[in-house]
Design a protein around this ligand. Sequence first.
Ligand code: FAD
Ligand code: DLZ
Ligand code: SF4
Length: 514
Amino acid sequence: MTVRRLIMLLGDQLSAGLSSLVDADPARDRILMAEVQEEGRYVPHHPKKILLILSAMRHFADELRERGFQLDYVRLDDAGNSGSLLGELSAARARWQPEQICITEPGEWRLLAQFRAFQAQWPELEIREDTRFFCSHERFAGWAKDRKQLRMEFFYRDMRRLSGLLLDADGGPEGGAWNFDAENRKALPTDVAVPAQPHFAADSITRDVEALVAQHFADHYGRLEGFDYPVTAAEAEQLWQSFLAQGMPSFGDYQDAMADDQPYLFHARIAAAMNIGLLDPRRVCLDVQASWQAGDIPLNAAEGFIRQILGWREYVRGIYWLHMPEYAERNALGNSRALPDFYWTGDTRMRCMQQAIGQTLEHAYAHHIQRLMVTGNFALLAGIEPKKICDWYLAVYMDAFDWVELPNTLGMVMHADGGYLGSKPYCASGQYIKRMSNHCKGCSYKVSEQTGERACPFNSLYWHFLMRHREQLGRNQRLSMVYRNLERMPEAKQRALWDWGETLLARLDAGDRL
Ligand code: FAD
Ligand code: DLZ
Ligand code: SF4
């Protein structure tokens, strides 16, 4: 068989409308998909994440075969598997000698750089833009050009105007405001009923992949057993519709809340399915708008949810591609501390951390506020080296891909990019966690105490963080009240907070689990 075009699909490109597939011809083209060790190991991905990607790849390959395509599908344990995506592309090129090779750009700079290096030797290799997003690279670069500050809120308004989502007849925002975030900060009442989650029984493909992952990635942190997540577009749709009907009405109110043994609360759990291409973000936003128009959900829920996808998701992607590869090296606060072992085990006495890390190891999932204000906040206050904490987030979450994980961690959490993703660092003491959760009630530490063995570690670490970064942060308008509070503290109290913070940091350096 002669092959006109060889099309390579990656594990997060499982969309029927992918740019490399739109003009594909089953009679003349061949599709290459490859399961490779390198992609599972460049950070130690959670076994459930590897299982999701490989199972979804196999299911998608079957769907393409049903559409009449010829596939080269390389399995992880195939004899002669080169172990890398570029190795498999080279082998397929030698096998088929195609006139053209086509790929949709990968979602990671690391891989794009590898493909571009090959392009220099192979002129037949075409790299197409990934059109599954609202905002192209060109549009984002145009928006960013000549702006002193790149604020998500202004980008989001432009995207609302561009997409037409939640606009009134005059082109203004529905409800008279662009953003209803102030209504989205409620703590969870004790009697609130959390929506039931739909279940997805493992079929023979998923069971085969589970055995493969158990055999090849047994050394990775995270529990493989109990996988219960969509692996096809049809299943992803089921998860989405279930959330839209049951979870969405309360999303706006409780999106910042946390509770013991409640991993999902009113969150959609769709990020992984969306990021690997099983769910279309445009469709998701249109569904939300339709649901609001039908009177099924309040405007604060609809606007809040659309903002996450149309605003934050697109914005972080724009920042990533605008600034990579140097973005990944940024470390504006000069942090260098090693990542504590308890990030990999959950073995710490801090209940909020136990809960967030525990459910991460179990489900490869934690919701946004757990990532930002618990594990992220701790890393910020403790001064963990950005690269180390970024690699952790990339490894442990089922939805983690560099283009979305890196700006969220390096920028939003660690403030290491100097402030694109937040005009001030999202630093907080234990009081914030107490307000938004019930974790503190069952904790070994006392959130009301600032220093000493029983005191919540977030408290002194918070003040220590502010004191040690006074140079960089002291002039930040949005922190002026906090710094004024610090100045007003008696000197002895300031000293006690600093000393206890030093003690905790020294304990961390000595490997203490806190
Ligand atoms: P929901 O809370 O139900 O939100 C709905 C959707 O909004 C999500 O599915 C997601 O697509 C989008 N969204 C919400 N917030 C963000 C955001 N800040 N950036 C981008 N999209 C957003 N999200 C990822 O998809 N992949 C990541 O690797 C990732 N890493 C993160 C790391 C850190 C440190 C932080 C603070 C956030 C990270 N996020 C990441 C954003 C967010 O936490 C997840 O998208 C969300 O928790 C996924 O769960 P969900 O689908 O239930 O989301
Ligand atoms: C994350 C991942 C894993 C674990 N395995 C594979 C794989 O075997 N084959 C593949 O094509 N993709 C995999 N991926 C996803 C890639 O790493 C992903 O395409 C990049 O992160 C680019 O977004
Ligand atoms: Fe977390 Fe501190 Fe509350 Fe314990 S007391 S759960 S460490 S915030």
